[in-house]
Design a protein around this ligand. Structure first.
Ligand SMILES: [Zn+2]
Length: 116
């Protein structure tokens, strides 16, 4: 069951174990506490700057095209885990950008995730 998307802090805390389970093994080994931080645990120039969610590498809206390609490669064969990770990011961006249109954020964070 997918928890309802909300800005509620308690709901985000509830999602933290799901997010940790969704992380690739190498990120879990890094022992990153709490919900996933797009700027931590992964070596990339294309990390998210919060709360604006712009890319550190190219200043595009995160995840930029390069980061999407990196994430697709990192989660190769694990589209459900990638989807869970992006859902957590979606919840976080929804809290950081409360006036953004949900449909636009959905397409930006989840609309590009496809099974191979
Ligand atoms: Zn970028």
């Amino acid at each position: 069951m997918v928890p309802e998307v909300t800005h509620d802090v308690a709901a985000r805390a509830e999602l933290a174990p799901v997010a940790e389970a969704a992380l690739p093994v190498r990120a879990a080994v890094a022992d990153v506490p709490g919900p996933p931080d797009p700027t931590a645990g992964i070596m990339t120039e294309h990390a998210a700057v919060r709360p604006t969610w712009t890319c550190t590498g190219c200043a595009s809206a995160w995840p930029c095209q390069t980061r999407r390609q990196q994430l697709t490669a990192e989660y190769d064969g694990a589209v459900v885990a990638l989807s869970l990770y992006m859902v957590i990011c979606f919840v976080e961006v929804s809290a950081d950008l409360p006036h953004a249109t949900v449909g636009v954020l959905y397409q930006r964070f989840l609309g590009w995730v496809r099974p191979r």
